[in-house]
Write a protein that binds this ligand. Structure first.
Ligand code: PRP
Length: 181
């Protein structure tokens, strides 16, 4: 854990949950799944910022078919630390979504509220299809979105940081995922 201490300013982790090697292997596999799932049509990967930025960057390089990339910035408001389900878009993708196969790329599904609401907003843009790719799924969402199609790992119910996930905006740059609980 010397590496974690150096990179995170002395934070201590309970355990490494996913190593950089495990993540790389799974992301390569997800890239193959996405390549195979979309033999035709226009494909747009929409990364939900900020948490997805590292995953998205690695994932798009593992997809071996033409695609476009854009981003979403969503804000969950109405309560403090718990996702409220009231989601609005702070950055709306500049790309036209109509008629395209859309894959929303997310770092983690916790309560599932953010994605459930986002799916409603994106459906209104008339994509050819809509799917969700998440690196981590805690599997605690009471009603996971039906569009959830690609899952990297099932994640433990812990405070996970690294590979895009943050603790008060820190630790996103860790190349592995650790449990800070
Ligand atoms: C986190 C995470 C998901 C969402 C999951 O985002 O990236 O988008 O919460 O929670 P839910 O399933 O309970 O809705 P956060 O709001 O922390 O923003 P970030 O991506 O900038 O870290």
């Amino acid at each position: 854990m010397d590496d974690l201490s150096r990179r995170s300013g002395g934070r201590k982790a309970k355990s490494v949950v996913f190593t950089a090697e495990q993540i790389a292997t799974r992301v390569a596999s997800l890239g193959r799944e996405i390549t195979a799932a979309y033999p035709d049509g226009d494909l747009l990967l929409l990364g939900l910022l900020k948490g997805s930025f590292i995953f998205l960057a690695d994932l798009v390089r593992a997809v071996e078919r033409p695609l476009q990339v854009d981003f979403l910035v969503a804000s969950s408001y109405g309560s403090g630390t718990v996702s409220s389900g009231n989601v609005r878009l702070l950055y709306d993708p500049a790309t036209d979504l109509a008629g395209k196969h859309i894959v929303v790329v997310e770092d983690i599904i916790d309560s599932g509220r953010t994605l459930t609401r986002l799916v409603e907003l994106l459906r209104a843009r008339h994509p050819a299809s809509l799917a969700i790719c998440t690196l981590l799924d805690k599997q605690i969402a009471p009603e996971p979105p039906a569009e959830l199609r690609f899952v990297g790992f099932h994640a433990p119910p812990a405070f996970l940081v690294g590979y895009g996930l943050d603790h008060a905006e820190n630790c996103r740059h860790l190349p592995y995922i650790v449990d800070l609980d």
